[in-house]
Design a protein around this ligand. Structure first.
Ligand code: IMP
Ligand code: MG
Length: 179
């Protein structure tokens, strides 16, 4: 059953996000040029990616878009959790400049795995763009190339991020103060 309306503290408003996406798009265009392959990691990044590609368009980028889904298996508490591809891309990455987009960087395992995997498949370069970065939670040695916002060590929802598969539709990023 759908949850009752919880009390949510807004961390990053719609206006904050719109402004930041435009800045990110400019940075990406300067760094990668206009001919890129965007790969959005499902499900969490679909809202961010949908907005960012339109900001990229305004910045002069003409991206192709593909999607992949990744899953971390094993006990999340143990640092040996491995990542598997549950839905692969359709496009070929060979020789391409790839921009890998995800919602939030925590342990860094998901992004490290995906970036290495795409390089192994012959991508010319793989750069990563994360909407949020929870720096305090890093387990592996990995840093993103482009980051929307530094995220406090709170469980956040909205703008694609879920709690028990709900709240992805919220037009802002927040955290639940009271359920
Ligand atoms: P990691 O960097 O491999 O640990 O991957 C982090 C993944 O865990 C993200 O892609 C999200 O799907 C999920 N996640 C981490 N923190 C949050 C949060 O605060 N809210 C919602 N999902 C989260
Ligand atoms: Mg995810």
């Amino acid at each position: 059953m759908a949850p009752n309306e919880p009390q949510i503290e807004v961390l990053f408003s719609s206006a904050d996000i719109v402004k930041r996406n435009a800045e990110l798009a400019e940075q990406i265009e300067q760094d990668m040029g206009s001919d890129i392959l965007v790969i959005a990691v499902l499900k969490g990044s679909f809202v961010f990616a949908a907005d960012l590609i339109r900001s990229l368009h305004h910045a002069g980028v003409r991206p192709q878009i593909d999607f992949m889904a990744l899953s971390s298996y094993g006990d999340k508490q143990i640092s040996s959790g491995t990542v598997v591809i549950t839905r692969d891309i359709v496009d070929t990455v060979k020789g391409r400049k790839v921009l890998l987009i995800d919602d939030i960087l925590e342990s860094g395992r998901t992004m490290q795995f995906a970036a290495n995997d795409l390089m192994d498949r012959g991508a010319q370069m793989v750069k990563t763009c994360l909407m949020l970065d929870k720096k305090g939670k890093r387990i592996v040695d990995f840093e993103a190339d482009f980051v929307g916002f530094d995220c406090p060590d709170l469980f956040v929802i909205g703008y694609g991020l879920d709690y028990a598969h709900y709240y992805r539709e919220l037009p802002y990023i927040g955290h639940i103060v009271k359920e």
